[in-house]
Write a protein that binds this ligand. Structure first.
Ligand code: ADP
Length: 623
């Protein structure tokens, strides 16, 4: 009121004054608010002079109410109070402090910016802890009013290195470039070693003028308080980074402000965790790929070594079996048959590994020749008929490919068909197997459908990976290297085609191969279009082993737990043989003869064996 603008106020106004200024009743305004008089004094003078009211919204008025100069915001109006003469004798003010809202919005903007820059814009972009720190510093630089400067240390292999900073004139002058001595820089060291947040509370005295001017609208005083915030990610190895953040000298570090810094570091920590998780996944994937490469290389190397001796075992075995001048007796014949069958199986494995080695070296190119694909496929399928019949399954075919012969690598096509067929037999216990071959636009589509055990949905994307096998499935045999489908996929790929799988657990599986149709220009050459399947032997023989009838003293795998007749050897000794490879089962049983071998698990339950060796029984559980 009056020319001196003496202050009169009610109780509701007391908090605006704060503990340092109240009571101020009757004091001239300029003495109460010297720190902001250059703003409000001018406004009040204008009201006195003109009688015109003023209105200020979220006006910054630096206020010294709590022992320091504070960044404070107010919404208020000044309106004229007229005396009896009609002249303006004073100004009435209604005021609301909006500091918390203004600062709250500003901090929220910072957090939002941090969220945007610290999360990966695209999943493929490679990001490191350094990328996150750089992005975080950029976001913090947008709010220098709260955080006049910020710096990030990155911890790598135990080395704590200053990565970058914002808001400092010469970061290297005031912050150690590398923190190596715990005694010299205990504040960073503690954060790194113990993940403990730290505070430096005499920054301004230690390094006056280090901060770039213009951070806060109130002034350029040095920050006194600096926070040291470890960026922890829940990993055992301690913080991945440490943030050093100046705190504006124009606000006290109250709970709200601390909470804000807590959210800042949480945000950065989350982004670093994401990066580490992504990085970890990438490394794991790389390590697995490397392992596969090493495995393939190893197999390819040993495969080469195996080929010659295998040929030299298979050849004489074949000779013995085919010798009519000195024919083998039945017992010898059975032994040599076992040798021949298993050498064939080993040879197939070796050939598959060599195929992979060729594919890896980019040397696998289809040798296209004119072939009657329908006839070739029909013959391949019919070679499987005995195994399918013995398995108690139905074989259905619908193979139609009218038109001229097409060009295909016959050897590769055989492998594709035989692998899919042998899987169908292996993983189907009841029902049927259906093979269809059709022309579909410019491709030929082969589908092998079974009513087997099916494949869980989450396994489907992994199915064509080398060495991948579905765990815990109950096929006819547990044998297998997990390379059949990978080879099919590669052979189809080199033909420029695709292979797809659809499957429902308990219902069945369909594999569909589509390869581009290349009509041949050698159509007239009848001999070259004849189907000449050469490879079914080992595939079919292996399949026959899975469906082999149990020999004397043996029980089929389906009969586990069934009430099979029990013949206890009179000697009292009982050996239980559980083996899904028919040859091996027969071989072990024969070793045990002439002691009477008695069948299966029921016997084991009634007359428990003295010792059970469990070499590889993934699903059979013994009583
Ligand atoms: P392998 O049969 O030697 O394990 P594959 O590469 O041929 O290797 O097959 C990979 C896995 O895919 C198999 O372990 C099996 O679990 C699953 N699988 C393949 N074909 C079928 C099928 N027709 N039905 C059910 N599962 C199958």
């Amino acid at each position: 009121m009056g020319r001196e603008l003496v202050l009169l106020y009610n109780d509701a106004w007391v908090p605006i004054l704060g503990p340092e200024k109240h009571p101020a009743l009757g004091l001239p305004g300029v003495r109460v608010w010297p720190e902001m008089w250059h703003i409000i004094g001018r406004q009040l003078e204008s009201v006195l002079a003109t009688g015109q009211a003023t209105f200020s919204d979220d006006q910054l008025l630096p206020a010294k109410r709590f022992g320091y100069l504070e960044e404070a915001y107010f919404t208020y109006s000044y309106s004229a109070i007229h005396d009896e003469s009609g002249a303006v004798g004073g100004a009435f003010t209604a005021v609301t402090e909006t500091t918390q809202r203004v600062l709250g919005e500003r901090r929220l903007r910072t957090l939002r910016a941090l969220g945007e820059v610290t999360t990966a814009p695209s999943g493929n972009e490679e990001r490191s802890v350094e990328h996150v720190c750089a992005a975080a510093l950029r976001a913090l630089a947008g709010n220098r009013a709260d955080i006049p400067f910020a710096a990030a240390y990155v911890v790598e292999d135990g080395v704590v290195r200053l990565f970058d900073s914002v808001g400092l004139r010469e970061a290297g002058q005031v912050l150690p470039l590398v923190v190596s001595d715990p005694a010299e820089e205990p504040w960073v060291w503690d954060a790194v070693m113990h993940g403990a947040a730290g505070v430096i509370d005499d920054w301004g005295r230690r390094w006056p003028g280090a901060v770039v001017a213009g951070a806060n609208p109130v002034g350029d005083a040095d920050p006194e308080v600096v926070l040291v915030l470890p960026v922890t990610t829940g990993s055992q190895s301690g913080p991945a980074a440490v943030l050093v953040a100046g705190v504006t000298p124009y606000r006290t570090l109250d709970d709200d402000f601390r909470g804000f810094f807590g959210l800042v570091v949480d945000q950065v920590s989350r982004a670093v965790s994401d990066v580490q998780a992504f990085e970890g996944q990438r490394r794991r994937a790389e390590a697995l790929a490397e392992l596969d490469r090493a495995k393939s290389e190893f197999f390819a190397n040993v495969s080469h070594e195996f080929r010659t001796p295998l040929t030299l075992i298979a050849g004489p075995a074949e000779d013995s079996l085919g010798d009519t001048r000195e024919p083998l007796g039945p017992a010898q014949r059975e032994r040599v048959e076992i040798i021949r069958r298993n050498v064939g199986r080993l040879r197939r494995l070796v050939d598959d590994m060599l195929d992979f080695a060729r594919i890896e070296a980019g040397r696998m190119r289809p040798e296209l020749e004119a072939a009657d694909l329908a006839e070739l496929t029909r013959e391949l399928v019919s070679s499987f008929a005995p195994a399918v019949a013995r398995a108690g399954l139905q074989l259905r075919t619908d193979i139609k490919l009218p038109g001229p012969p097409v060009e295909v690598d016959v050897r590769m096509w055989e492998k594709i068909v035989l692998n899919l067929l042998s899987n169908a037999v292996k993983y189907t216990r009841t029902g049927h197997i259906e093979v269809t071959l059709r022309r579909r636009d410019a491709t030929v589509a082969l589908a092998v459908r079974d009513t087997g055990i099916g494949i869980p949905r989450h396994e489907l994307p992994l199915l064509f990976q080398r060495f991948h096998r579905v765990r815990g499935n109950s096929g006819r045999s547990h044998e297998g290297a997990g390379i059949g489908l990978a080879l099919v996929a590669e052979l189809v790929r080199v033909h420029g085609g695709t292979v797809e799988v659809e499957s429902t657990v308990g219902t069945g599986t369909t594999f569909t191969v589509g390869v581009p149709l290349t009509p041949t220009d050698k159509a007239g050459d009848a001999s070259s279009t004849r189907a000449r399947p050469s490879a079914p032997g080992p595939y079919v023989e292996e399949a026959l082993q899975w469906v082999a009838q149990p020999g004397p003293g043996q029980v089929g795998i389906e009969e586990y737990g069934a009430d099979v007749p029990v013949g206890v050897a009179r000697s009292g000794a009982c050996v239980l043989v559980v083996e899904d490879n028919a040859d091996l089962r027969r071989f072990i049983t024969r070793l045990l003869a002439p002691h009477e071998a008695a069948p299966g698990c029921r016997l084991a339950r009634r007359a428990p064996p003295r010792a059970v060796t469990r070499a590889a029984l993934p699903t059979a559980s013994l009583p």
